[in-house]
Design a protein around this ligand. Sequence first.
Ligand SMILES: [Zn+2]
Ligand SMILES: [Zn+2]
Length: 392
Amino acid sequence: MIQKYDFNDTTQLSPHFNVKEFRCKCGKEHETLISDELIEKLEKLYATLNCSQIIVTSGYRCEQHDKNVGGSGTGQHTLGNAADICCYGQDGQPISSKVVCCKAQDIEFRGIANITAAYIYTHVDVRPNGKWYGDEVHSNSTVTDDFYKYFGGEDMKGIDVSVHNGNIDWGKVKADGIDFAIIRAGFGRLEKQKDEKFEQNYAGAKAEGIPVGAYWYSYAMTPEEAELEADVFLSVIKGKQFEMPVYFDLEEKKQFDLGKEQVSAIMRAFLKKVESAGYFVGLYGSASSLTTHTADDIKSWYTIWLAHWVDKTNYSGAYGIWQHSEKGKVAGINGNVDLDICYKDFPTIIKGKGLNGWGKTANPTPAPTDNDSISVEVTVDGKKYSGKLNKS
Ligand SMILES: [Zn+2]
Ligand SMILES: [Zn+2]
Protein backbone atom coordinates (compact mmCIF):
# COMPACT_ATOMS: atom_id res chain seq x y z
CA MET A 1 0.00 0.00 0.00
CA ILE A 2 1.16 3.49 -0.84
CA GLN A 3 0.26 6.00 1.85
CA LYS A 4 -0.17 9.72 1.34
CA TYR A 5 1.01 12.19 4.02
CA ASP A 6 0.69 15.97 4.27
CA PHE A 7 3.95 17.90 3.89
CA ASN A 8 4.09 18.81 7.59
CA ASP A 9 3.20 15.34 8.80
CA THR A 10 5.77 14.00 11.28
CA THR A 11 4.28 10.57 11.88
CA GLN A 12 6.76 8.03 13.20
CA LEU A 13 6.21 5.25 10.67
CA SER A 14 8.29 2.65 12.48
CA PRO A 15 10.91 2.60 15.25
CA HIS A 16 13.56 4.18 13.03
CA PHE A 17 11.77 6.06 10.26
CA ASN A 18 9.70 9.24 10.24
CA VAL A 19 7.59 10.62 7.39
CA LYS A 20 9.65 13.82 7.29
CA GLU A 21 12.76 11.91 6.24
CA PHE A 22 11.03 10.96 2.98
CA ARG A 23 9.84 14.46 2.01
CA CYS A 24 10.55 15.64 -1.51
CA LYS A 25 13.44 18.08 -1.68
CA CYS A 26 12.10 20.24 -4.52
CA GLY A 27 11.36 23.11 -2.14
CA LYS A 28 7.58 23.07 -2.58
CA GLU A 29 5.42 21.98 0.31
CA HIS A 30 3.49 19.10 -1.18
CA GLU A 31 2.39 15.68 0.00
CA THR A 32 4.69 12.71 0.52
CA LEU A 33 4.02 9.24 -0.85
CA ILE A 34 5.52 6.28 0.99
CA SER A 35 5.02 2.56 0.51
CA ASP A 36 4.29 0.58 3.70
CA GLU A 37 6.36 -2.24 2.32
CA LEU A 38 9.34 0.07 1.82
CA ILE A 39 9.31 1.04 5.51
CA GLU A 40 8.80 -2.55 6.60
CA LYS A 41 11.79 -3.70 4.56
CA LEU A 42 13.95 -0.77 5.69
CA GLU A 43 13.31 -1.79 9.31
CA LYS A 44 14.35 -5.34 8.46
CA LEU A 45 17.50 -3.99 6.85
CA TYR A 46 18.20 -1.87 9.95
CA ALA A 47 17.95 -4.95 12.18
CA THR A 48 19.88 -7.29 9.88
CA LEU A 49 22.80 -4.89 9.56
CA ASN A 50 22.69 -3.98 13.27
CA CYS A 51 22.65 -0.31 12.28
CA SER A 52 23.09 2.65 14.59
CA GLN A 53 21.34 4.81 12.00
CA ILE A 54 20.02 4.77 8.44
CA ILE A 55 20.00 8.13 6.71
CA VAL A 56 17.52 8.54 3.85
CA THR A 57 19.27 10.85 1.42
CA SER A 58 16.38 10.78 -1.07
CA GLY A 59 12.90 9.33 -0.53
CA TYR A 60 9.81 10.57 -2.31
CA ARG A 61 10.27 12.82 -5.36
CA CYS A 62 7.51 14.64 -7.19
CA GLU A 63 7.59 14.38 -10.97
CA GLN A 64 9.19 17.80 -11.32
CA HIS A 65 11.93 17.13 -8.77
CA ASP A 66 12.67 13.75 -10.32
CA LYS A 67 13.14 15.50 -13.67
CA ASN A 68 15.18 18.25 -12.03
CA VAL A 69 17.65 15.68 -10.73
CA GLY A 70 17.76 14.08 -14.15
CA GLY A 71 15.12 11.38 -13.84
CA SER A 72 12.28 10.50 -16.17
CA GLY A 73 9.63 11.79 -13.78
CA THR A 74 8.09 8.33 -13.50
CA GLY A 75 10.73 6.32 -11.59
CA GLN A 76 10.26 4.44 -8.34
CA HIS A 77 11.05 7.52 -6.24
CA THR A 78 8.03 9.30 -7.77
CA LEU A 79 5.79 6.40 -6.76
CA GLY A 80 6.90 6.35 -3.12
CA ASN A 81 8.56 2.97 -3.63
CA ALA A 82 12.22 3.95 -3.33
CA ALA A 83 14.83 5.32 -0.95
CA ASP A 84 18.49 6.17 -1.35
CA ILE A 85 20.15 5.37 1.93
CA CYS A 86 23.38 5.41 3.87
CA CYS A 87 23.57 2.76 6.62
CA TYR A 88 25.76 3.30 9.67
CA GLY A 89 27.13 0.53 11.88
CA GLN A 90 27.52 0.48 15.66
CA ASP A 91 30.95 2.08 15.26
CA GLY A 92 29.30 5.12 13.68
CA GLN A 93 30.92 4.46 10.30
CA PRO A 94 29.07 3.84 7.03
CA ILE A 95 28.56 0.19 6.20
CA SER A 96 29.87 -0.76 2.76
CA SER A 97 27.19 -0.66 0.10
CA LYS A 98 28.43 -4.09 -0.96
CA VAL A 99 27.18 -5.49 2.34
CA VAL A 100 24.00 -3.43 2.19
CA CYS A 101 23.22 -4.71 -1.33
CA CYS A 102 23.66 -8.35 -0.23
CA LYS A 103 21.41 -7.92 2.81
CA ALA A 104 18.84 -5.96 0.79
CA GLN A 105 18.76 -8.92 -1.58
CA ASP A 106 18.09 -11.28 1.36
CA ILE A 107 15.25 -9.03 2.49
CA GLU A 108 13.88 -9.10 -1.07
CA PHE A 109 13.91 -5.50 -2.08
CA ARG A 110 13.13 -5.71 -5.80
CA GLY A 111 15.30 -2.81 -6.89
CA ILE A 112 18.81 -2.54 -5.42
CA ALA A 113 21.86 -0.63 -6.59
CA ASN A 114 25.14 0.65 -5.30
CA ILE A 115 25.23 4.35 -6.23
CA THR A 116 28.74 5.74 -5.79
CA ALA A 117 32.35 4.69 -6.14
CA ALA A 118 32.78 5.07 -2.39
CA TYR A 119 30.33 2.15 -1.91
CA ILE A 120 28.44 3.99 0.80
CA TYR A 121 25.11 4.96 -0.79
CA THR A 122 22.54 2.38 -1.82
CA HIS A 123 19.27 2.68 -3.73
CA VAL A 124 16.55 0.29 -2.60
CA ASP A 125 12.98 0.02 -3.87
CA VAL A 126 9.88 -2.16 -3.76
CA ARG A 127 8.85 -1.78 -7.40
CA PRO A 128 5.63 -3.68 -8.12
CA ASN A 129 6.97 -5.58 -11.11
CA GLY A 130 10.26 -7.10 -12.10
CA LYS A 131 13.64 -6.89 -10.50
CA TRP A 132 16.59 -4.59 -10.95
CA TYR A 133 20.02 -5.09 -9.37
CA GLY A 134 22.76 -2.67 -10.32
CA ASP A 135 26.17 -1.27 -9.53
CA GLU A 136 26.27 2.23 -10.92
CA VAL A 137 30.04 2.45 -10.62
CA HIS A 138 30.36 -0.02 -13.46
CA SER A 139 27.45 1.26 -15.55
CA ASN A 140 24.49 -0.79 -16.61
CA SER A 141 26.35 -3.74 -17.99
CA THR A 142 27.08 -5.02 -14.51
CA VAL A 143 23.50 -5.44 -13.41
CA THR A 144 23.65 -8.67 -11.58
CA ASP A 145 21.50 -11.57 -10.46
CA ASP A 146 23.24 -12.15 -7.18
CA PHE A 147 25.09 -9.54 -5.15
CA TYR A 148 26.86 -12.19 -3.08
CA LYS A 149 28.36 -13.65 -6.21
CA TYR A 150 28.96 -10.22 -7.71
CA PHE A 151 30.73 -8.65 -4.72
CA GLY A 152 31.88 -11.62 -2.69
CA GLY A 153 32.77 -14.12 -5.36
CA GLU A 154 36.41 -13.26 -5.31
CA ASP A 155 38.47 -12.57 -2.24
CA MET A 156 41.38 -10.20 -2.75
CA LYS A 157 44.59 -11.87 -3.84
CA GLY A 158 47.77 -10.36 -2.50
CA ILE A 159 51.49 -10.68 -1.86
CA ASP A 160 53.88 -9.59 0.86
CA VAL A 161 57.33 -8.45 -0.10
CA SER A 162 60.62 -7.14 1.26
CA VAL A 163 64.12 -6.35 0.03
CA HIS A 164 64.57 -10.10 -0.44
CA ASN A 165 62.24 -10.00 -3.44
CA GLY A 166 64.61 -7.68 -5.31
CA ASN A 167 63.39 -5.11 -7.82
CA ILE A 168 59.73 -5.62 -8.52
CA ASP A 169 57.91 -4.67 -11.73
CA TRP A 170 54.66 -3.51 -10.16
CA GLY A 171 52.94 -3.02 -13.51
CA LYS A 172 53.37 -6.73 -14.23
CA VAL A 173 52.30 -7.61 -10.69
CA LYS A 174 49.09 -5.67 -11.17
CA ALA A 175 48.47 -7.24 -14.58
CA ASP A 176 48.91 -10.68 -13.01
CA GLY A 177 45.83 -10.08 -10.87
CA ILE A 178 47.35 -9.03 -7.55
CA ASP A 179 44.85 -6.93 -5.59
CA PHE A 180 46.96 -5.81 -2.63
CA ALA A 181 50.48 -5.86 -1.19
CA ILE A 182 51.84 -5.85 2.35
CA ILE A 183 55.31 -4.32 2.25
CA ARG A 184 58.04 -4.77 4.83
CA ALA A 185 58.91 -1.37 6.26
CA GLY A 186 61.89 -2.63 8.25
CA PHE A 187 63.00 -4.45 11.40
CA GLY A 188 64.31 -3.90 14.90
CA ARG A 189 64.59 -0.55 16.66
CA LEU A 190 67.04 1.47 14.62
CA GLU A 191 66.01 3.95 11.96
CA LYS A 192 68.73 2.63 9.64
CA GLN A 193 67.00 -0.75 9.66
CA LYS A 194 64.29 0.50 7.36
CA ASP A 195 63.83 -2.00 4.54
CA GLU A 196 66.06 -0.93 1.67
CA LYS A 197 63.27 -1.42 -0.87
CA PHE A 198 60.44 -0.02 1.24
CA GLU A 199 60.24 3.36 -0.48
CA GLN A 200 60.63 1.81 -3.93
CA ASN A 201 57.99 -0.86 -3.28
CA TYR A 202 55.57 1.61 -1.74
CA ALA A 203 55.90 4.03 -4.65
CA GLY A 204 55.74 1.24 -7.23
CA ALA A 205 52.59 -0.35 -5.84
CA LYS A 206 50.91 3.04 -5.34
CA ALA A 207 51.69 4.05 -8.92
CA GLU A 208 49.74 1.00 -10.09
CA GLY A 209 46.83 1.70 -7.74
CA ILE A 210 47.47 -1.45 -5.71
CA PRO A 211 46.18 -1.14 -2.11
CA VAL A 212 49.15 -1.24 0.23
CA GLY A 213 49.82 -2.28 3.83
CA ALA A 214 53.07 -2.53 5.76
CA TYR A 215 54.74 -4.70 8.41
CA TRP A 216 57.54 -4.41 10.92
CA TYR A 217 59.73 -7.37 11.84
CA SER A 218 60.46 -7.51 15.56
CA TYR A 219 63.47 -8.46 17.64
CA ALA A 220 62.08 -6.96 20.85
CA MET A 221 62.67 -8.94 24.05
CA THR A 222 60.75 -6.59 26.33
CA PRO A 223 57.68 -4.34 26.05
CA GLU A 224 60.03 -1.34 26.31
CA GLU A 225 61.98 -2.50 23.28
CA ALA A 226 58.72 -3.12 21.42
CA GLU A 227 57.75 0.50 22.05
CA LEU A 228 61.07 1.64 20.61
CA GLU A 229 60.37 -0.51 17.56
CA ALA A 230 56.92 1.07 17.27
CA ASP A 231 58.51 4.54 17.36
CA VAL A 232 60.87 3.68 14.52
CA PHE A 233 58.08 2.03 12.52
CA LEU A 234 55.88 5.12 12.93
CA SER A 235 58.68 7.38 11.81
CA VAL A 236 59.37 5.20 8.74
CA ILE A 237 55.72 5.15 7.61
CA LYS A 238 55.00 8.76 8.52
CA GLY A 239 53.21 10.73 5.79
CA LYS A 240 52.21 7.62 3.86
CA GLN A 241 48.70 6.28 3.32
CA PHE A 242 47.83 2.61 3.66
CA GLU A 243 44.61 1.07 2.37
CA MET A 244 45.46 -2.17 4.16
CA PRO A 245 46.38 -2.69 7.82
CA VAL A 246 49.90 -2.31 9.16
CA TYR A 247 51.26 -5.33 11.02
CA PHE A 248 53.58 -6.39 13.82
CA ASP A 249 55.59 -9.46 12.88
CA LEU A 250 57.06 -11.38 15.81
CA GLU A 251 58.50 -14.78 14.97
CA GLU A 252 62.02 -15.14 16.38
CA LYS A 253 62.64 -18.32 18.37
CA LYS A 254 64.39 -16.49 21.21
CA GLN A 255 61.26 -14.35 21.60
CA PHE A 256 58.97 -17.37 21.82
CA ASP A 257 61.34 -18.83 24.41
CA LEU A 258 60.26 -15.98 26.71
CA GLY A 259 56.86 -17.64 27.07
CA LYS A 260 53.31 -16.67 26.19
CA GLU A 261 52.92 -13.99 28.85
CA GLN A 262 56.02 -11.99 27.97
CA VAL A 263 55.48 -12.45 24.21
CA SER A 264 51.91 -11.15 24.60
CA ALA A 265 53.17 -8.17 26.61
CA ILE A 266 55.65 -7.35 23.83
CA MET A 267 52.88 -7.60 21.22
CA ARG A 268 50.54 -5.38 23.24
CA ALA A 269 53.21 -2.71 23.69
CA PHE A 270 53.83 -2.38 19.95
CA LEU A 271 50.20 -2.72 18.89
CA LYS A 272 48.90 -0.19 21.41
CA LYS A 273 51.48 2.41 20.48
CA VAL A 274 50.81 2.13 16.75
CA GLU A 275 47.05 1.99 17.29
CA SER A 276 47.05 5.15 19.37
CA ALA A 277 49.01 6.92 16.62
CA GLY A 278 45.97 6.49 14.32
CA TYR A 279 46.73 3.23 12.57
CA PHE A 280 44.64 0.16 11.82
CA VAL A 281 47.20 -2.24 13.20
CA GLY A 282 47.20 -6.01 13.27
CA LEU A 283 49.33 -8.97 14.22
CA TYR A 284 51.11 -11.36 11.88
CA GLY A 285 51.58 -14.87 13.22
CA SER A 286 51.78 -18.53 12.35
CA ALA A 287 48.87 -20.77 13.23
CA SER A 288 50.95 -22.32 16.03
CA SER A 289 52.26 -19.08 17.54
CA LEU A 290 48.78 -17.61 17.48
CA THR A 291 47.53 -20.68 19.31
CA THR A 292 50.34 -21.12 21.84
CA HIS A 293 51.98 -17.69 22.30
CA THR A 294 49.28 -15.06 21.78
CA ALA A 295 46.84 -14.00 24.50
CA ASP A 296 43.13 -14.03 23.67
CA ASP A 297 42.64 -10.30 24.27
CA ILE A 298 45.11 -9.56 21.47
CA LYS A 299 43.42 -11.92 19.03
CA SER A 300 39.98 -10.51 19.78
CA TRP A 301 40.98 -6.83 19.54
CA TYR A 302 43.49 -6.73 16.68
CA THR A 303 43.06 -8.02 13.13
CA ILE A 304 45.07 -11.17 12.51
CA TRP A 305 47.26 -11.95 9.52
CA LEU A 306 47.51 -15.72 9.66
CA ALA A 307 50.54 -17.51 8.24
CA HIS A 308 49.78 -21.12 7.47
CA TRP A 309 51.35 -22.67 4.37
CA VAL A 310 48.79 -25.36 3.66
CA ASP A 311 46.02 -25.91 1.14
CA LYS A 312 43.37 -25.70 3.81
CA THR A 313 44.05 -24.18 7.21
CA ASN A 314 42.60 -25.72 10.34
CA TYR A 315 43.30 -22.60 12.41
CA SER A 316 40.04 -21.94 14.21
CA GLY A 317 40.48 -18.30 15.25
CA ALA A 318 39.40 -15.26 13.29
CA TYR A 319 41.70 -13.68 10.71
CA GLY A 320 41.43 -11.04 8.00
CA ILE A 321 44.31 -12.16 5.80
CA TRP A 322 45.73 -15.62 5.26
CA GLN A 323 49.29 -16.08 4.00
CA HIS A 324 48.84 -19.50 2.43
CA SER A 325 52.09 -19.95 0.55
CA GLU A 326 55.71 -18.81 0.61
CA LYS A 327 56.36 -20.26 -2.83
CA GLY A 328 54.14 -18.26 -5.12
CA LYS A 329 55.03 -17.15 -8.62
CA VAL A 330 53.86 -13.75 -9.71
CA ALA A 331 54.78 -11.91 -12.91
CA GLY A 332 57.16 -9.03 -12.28
CA ILE A 333 58.85 -10.73 -9.32
CA ASN A 334 61.94 -12.95 -9.59
CA GLY A 335 61.82 -16.13 -7.56
CA ASN A 336 59.25 -17.12 -4.98
CA VAL A 337 56.93 -14.69 -3.28
CA ASP A 338 54.56 -15.02 -0.32
CA LEU A 339 50.90 -15.29 -1.37
CA ASP A 340 47.99 -13.98 0.66
CA ILE A 341 44.21 -13.94 0.54
CA CYS A 342 42.22 -11.14 2.13
CA TYR A 343 38.67 -11.72 3.36
CA LYS A 344 37.80 -8.21 4.46
CA ASP A 345 37.20 -4.98 2.63
CA PHE A 346 39.99 -3.25 4.51
CA PRO A 347 40.28 -0.27 2.11
CA THR A 348 36.65 0.68 2.80
CA ILE A 349 36.95 0.07 6.55
CA ILE A 350 40.23 1.95 6.95
CA LYS A 351 39.32 4.95 4.80
CA GLY A 352 35.90 5.04 6.47
CA LYS A 353 37.57 5.31 9.86
CA GLY A 354 40.11 7.85 8.60
CA LEU A 355 43.03 5.73 9.84
CA ASN A 356 46.41 4.91 8.27
CA GLY A 357 46.99 8.43 7.01
CA TRP A 358 43.50 8.85 5.52
CA GLY A 359 42.35 11.36 8.10
CA LYS A 360 42.98 14.97 7.29
CA THR A 361 44.84 14.53 4.05
CA ALA A 362 42.38 12.16 2.41
CA ASN A 363 39.20 13.13 0.61
CA PRO A 364 36.34 12.69 3.02
CA THR A 365 33.21 10.90 1.92
CA PRO A 366 31.85 13.29 -0.69
CA ALA A 367 28.75 15.08 0.47
CA PRO A 368 25.92 14.05 -1.79
CA THR A 369 24.43 16.71 -4.00
CA ASP A 370 21.38 16.71 -6.20
CA ASN A 371 23.56 17.24 -9.24
CA ASP A 372 25.31 13.96 -8.73
CA SER A 373 22.85 11.87 -10.62
CA ILE A 374 23.52 8.95 -12.86
CA SER A 375 21.58 7.87 -15.92
CA VAL A 376 20.15 4.43 -15.68
CA GLU A 377 18.58 2.38 -18.40
CA VAL A 378 18.40 -1.34 -18.09
CA THR A 379 16.38 -4.19 -19.48
CA VAL A 380 15.32 -6.92 -17.09
CA ASP A 381 13.18 -9.78 -18.27
CA GLY A 382 12.32 -7.89 -21.41
CA LYS A 383 11.18 -4.82 -19.49
CA LYS A 384 12.99 -1.59 -19.86
CA TYR A 385 13.65 0.58 -16.81
CA SER A 386 15.07 4.02 -17.20
CA GLY A 387 15.71 7.01 -15.03
CA LYS A 388 18.33 8.64 -12.93
CA LEU A 389 19.79 7.56 -9.68
CA ASN A 390 20.41 10.46 -7.42
CA LYS A 391 22.88 10.50 -4.58
CA SER A 392 20.98 13.01 -2.50
ZN1 LIG B 1 8.60 17.93 -4.97
ZN1 LIG C 1 17.28 5.99 -5.81
